[in-house]
Write a protein that binds this ligand. Structure first.
Ligand code: CAO
Length: 560
C-alpha cells in the first residue's frame, strides 16, 4: 500500500487557474481516470482525472483555490503507483529533427512556446488536428467557421469533445477559410485534416507543432496549438517522501466558448445524453457554472412539472396558469374545494383536453309532448310521481342510440378498437349542493315513462343526500345534462368520458314557428349534442340529432 501525491499536471501553459469543482471527497475510492477536480481559466474548463486507482487520504485544495502545474491536489493510497510513461512527442515533433536544446522538449508543447515566424503569405495551409494528448476519435460538436470566413490567429475553428474534455481548436494562422474537411459529428484523431486556410499574412507557427509537409505537397500542414502535453512524473526529491505523480490524462487548455454557458465536459456529455439544453439550466457555481447537481435539479423540476400537468391535464403538457394574488384587489376568502368538486374539475379538464369535442344544435318542437305530459297530471298526483320532460328525453335518446349505434361506443385506450355496447344505460347530470353527480339509469330502452320518472326522482334524491353508491354512477353509455329547469338557451356540454356523446337540454320556450304555411306558437326545446369526433363523425351526429328531434316532435313514435 503506497501513498501517492497527485499534483496539477501541465495545464497547456495556463497557470493560476481556479478550482471550481471538487468531484471527490476524503475517503472516496477512485478509479484511474475518474475526475478529481475541475479547474477553469478564462478560456477553459478542465477536468483533472486521477492518475491511478486508490483511496483518497487527504484533499489539499478547496473550491475557489488558485492552482498551477505541480501544486498538490490530494494524497492517494493505492496498491501500486502506475508507471508513468514519458510524454509522447507532439504530433509534429516526431517528424522534426531533434531539437538542439533538449530542455525545450516540454516547453515546445506549450502553444505559445518557441513560436517562430514562418513566411506563409498567400500560401494554403492545411490545418490538421494536433496532439490530443492520447485521445482518439474525438467528436466535433461545433464548427465555428464557414468557408470564406476570415480568421485571426487563435480564433476558434471547431470544438471537439471527448468524454473528459471539451476542446476548442484555434486557428494556428491568420487567413481565409478555403475548405472545411469536417462536419459536426465527425470523429477526429491527431493528424486528421480539418481545414485549408489561405494565409494572408505571415503567421507565427510554433515550430514544434508544425506537422510534416507531405513530400511533393505545395501546402504546409500545421497543427493547431490545442492539446496539452502529457507530463512525466516528477522524481521525488526526497526518497522518503511519497512519490509524486501528475495526472496522466491529457487535459486541454482551451474549452468551451466562454460566452456560452459554463459547464465542464462531463456535465455537457451528460446533458447531451439526457437531451437537456444547458442554456435552460441554472448554474449554481461561480460565474453560474453548471454542475451535475444543477442538471439533476433541473430534471427533477421538469419531471415534477410534467407530472403535475399530467395529473390534471392528461398527457398534454400545457403551460401552467400564473398565480394571482387576488387580495391585492380587495377582500377575499380562500375556500378549500370539496373532494367532489376537485374530482369533477379533474374529469372535466381531462375530457376537454383529450377529446376533440364538436357540438351540434337543434330545437325540438315538444308542443305535443308537453300537452301529453300535462294530460298525465291527475295520474301523477295519484301515483305521487312527478313527470318532467326528462323521462321522454331519456326514452328518445335510448331510441336514437339504437338507431345510431355509432354513439353507443367507447374507444379503447390504445386507439386501436371501438367497443360497441349492446346495452343502453344513460347518465343524468344532477346539480347538488356538494357538486355535480351523474347517476346512471340502467336499461332505459326497457323501461316506461312512469318507471323512469320514479327512478329519476329516486336517483336525484340519492345524489342530493349523498347516498349514491359507486355502482349507481357506473356503466353509462351516454349522458343527458338538463338545465331546462334552471334556464339558458344553449350550452356546450363536456363529454363524460369514456362515453362519446352528451346531450345538453336548455329551457323550453314558446316561439313562433311555421308549420307548412301557417305561423303558430310552438314549444321549442333547445338541444345541444356534443360528440367525440374521434369516434363519431358529423354525419352520424346529424342523423342522431335529427332522429331525436323527430321522436320528440311526435312521442307516439317512441312506442312503435
Ligand atoms: N324547459 C323548461 N322547463 C323544464 C325543463 C326544460 N327543458 N326541464 C324541466 N323543466 C321544468 C320541470 O318540468 C319542472 O317544472 P315544475 O316544477 O313546474 O314541474 C322544473 O323545471 C324543475 O324540474 P326538475 O329539475 O325538478 O326535474 P327534471 O326532471 O327536469 O330534472 C334533474 C331533474 C335531477 C336532472 C335536475 O333537477 C337537475 O339537477 N338538473 C341540473 C343538471 C345540471 O346541473 N346540468 C349541468 C351539468 S354541467 O355543469
Amino acid at each position: 500500500m503506497s501513498k501517492q501525491t497527485v499534483t496539477i499536471p501541465d495545464l497547456g501553459g495556463a497557470s493560476d487557474v481556479e478550482v471550481i469543482e471538487l468531484c471527490v471527497t476524503n475517503g472516496d475510492t477512485v478509479s484511474e481516470g475518474q475526475s478529481l477536480i475541475v479547474v477553469e481559466s478564462d478560456k477553459a474548463s478542465m477536468e483533472v482525472p486521477s492518475p491511478a486507482a486508490g483511496k483518497i487520504v487527504s484533499i489539499e485544495i478547496s473550491e475557489g483555490n488558485t492552482v498551477s502545474e505541480g501544486d498538490i491536489i490530494l494524497y492517494l493510497e493505492g496498491n501500486s503507483v502506475p508507471a508513468v510513461p514519458d510524454a509522447p512527442p507532439a504530433s509534429a515533433s516526431e517528424e522534426e529533427p531533434a531539437s538542439e536544446d533538449s530542455s525545450s522538449a516540454v516547453s515546445d508543447n506549450s502553444p505559445a512556446a518557441d513560436a517562430v515566424v514562418v513566411p506563409v503569405a498567400q500560401a494554403i495551409e492545411k490545418i490538421v488536428v494536433p496532439d490530443l494528448g492520447g485521445a482518439d476519435q474525438v467528436e466535433v460538436i461545433e464548427i465555428m467557421v464557414s468557408p470564406g470566413d476570415a480568421v485571426a490567429e487563435g480564433d476558434g475553428l471547431i470544438v471537439m469533445e471527448s468524454d473528459k474534455a471539451s476542446m476548442e481548436m484555434p486557428s494556428p494562422v491568420a487567413g481565409v477559410i478555403e475548405v472545411l474537411h469536417i462536419q459536426s459529428g465527425t470523429s477526429l484523431s491527431e493528424g486528421d485534416l480539418v481545414a485549408e486556410i489561405q494565409v494572408t499574412a505571415s503567421a507565427a507557427v510554433p515550430e514544434s507543432t508544425k506537422a510534416a509537409t507531405a513530400p511533393g505537397s505545395a501546402a504546409a500542414a500545421v497543427t493547431a496549438p490545442v492539446a496539452a502535453p502529457i507530463e512525466s512524473a516528477a522524481a521525488p526529491a526526497d526518497e522518503t517522501a511519497p512519490p509524486t505523480v501528475s495526472a496522466q490524462r491529457p487535459i486541454s487548455p482551451s474549452a468551451v466558448d466562454a460566452k456560452t454557458v459554463y459547464a465542464g465536459p462531463a456535465v455537457r456529455k451528460l446533458a447531451r445524453e439526457l437531451g437537456v439544453d444547458l442554456a435552460r439550466v441554472k448554474g449554481s457555481g461561480p460565474k453560474s457554472r453548471i454542475a451535475k447537481q444543477d442538471l439533476h435539479n433541473y430534471l427533477k423540476e421538469v419531471v415534477k412539472t410534467s407530472a403535475a400537468n399530467s395529473g390534471s391535464a392528461g398527457a398534454a403538457a400545457i403551460p401552467a396558469l400564473p398565480e394571482v394574488d387576488f387580495s391585492q384587489f380587495g377582500e377575499i376568502d380562500v375556500v378549500p374545494m370539496s373532494r367532489l368538486h376537485k374530482l369533477t374539475a379533474a374529469n372535466m379538464h381531462r375530457s376537454w383536453l383529450n377529446v376533440p369535442h364538436v357540438t351540434q344544435y337543434d330545437d325540438a318542437d315538444i308542443t305535443e309532448l308537453e300537452a301529453f305530459r300535462k294530460s298525465l297530471k291527475p295520474q301523477m298526483e295519484k301515483r305521487n310521481i312527478k313527470v318532467s320532460p326528462l323521462p321522454f328525453l331519456l326514452k328518445a335518446v335510448a331510441a336514437a342510440l339504437q338507431e345510431n349505434p355509432a354513439f353507443n361506443v367507447s374507444l379503447s385506450n390504445d386507439g386501436e378498437s371501438i367497443i360497441q355496447k349492446k346495452y343502453i344505460h344513460i347518465g343524468m347530470a344532477v346539480d347538488t349542493p356538494a357538486g355535480l353527480m351523474v347517476p346512471v339509469i340502467k336499461d332505459v330502452d326497457k323501461k316506461g315513462i312512469w318507471e323512469l320518472s320514479e327512478e329519476i326522482m329516486a336517483m336525484a334524491e340519492k345524489a342530493r343526500t349523498r347516498k349514491l353508491q359507486a355502482s349507481d354512477m357506473q356503466g353509462g353509455c351516454f349522458t343527458i345534462s338538463s338545465l331546462g329547469g334552471i334556464g339558458g338557451q344553449g350550452f356546450t356540454p363536456i363529454i363524460n368520458t369514456p362515453e362519446v356523446g352528451i346531450l345538453g337540454v336548455s329551457k323550453l320556450t314558446t316561439k313562433p314557428v311555421y308549420k307548412g304555411d301557417v305561423l303558430m306558437p310552438r314549444k321549442m326545446l333547445p338541444l345541444s349534442l356534443s360528440y367525440d369526433h374521434r369516434a363519431v363523425n358529423g354525419g352520424d351526429a346529424g342523423r342522431f340529432l335529427t332522429y331525436l328531434v323527430t321522436l320528440l316532435d311526435d312521442v307516439r313514435q317512441l312506442v312503435l
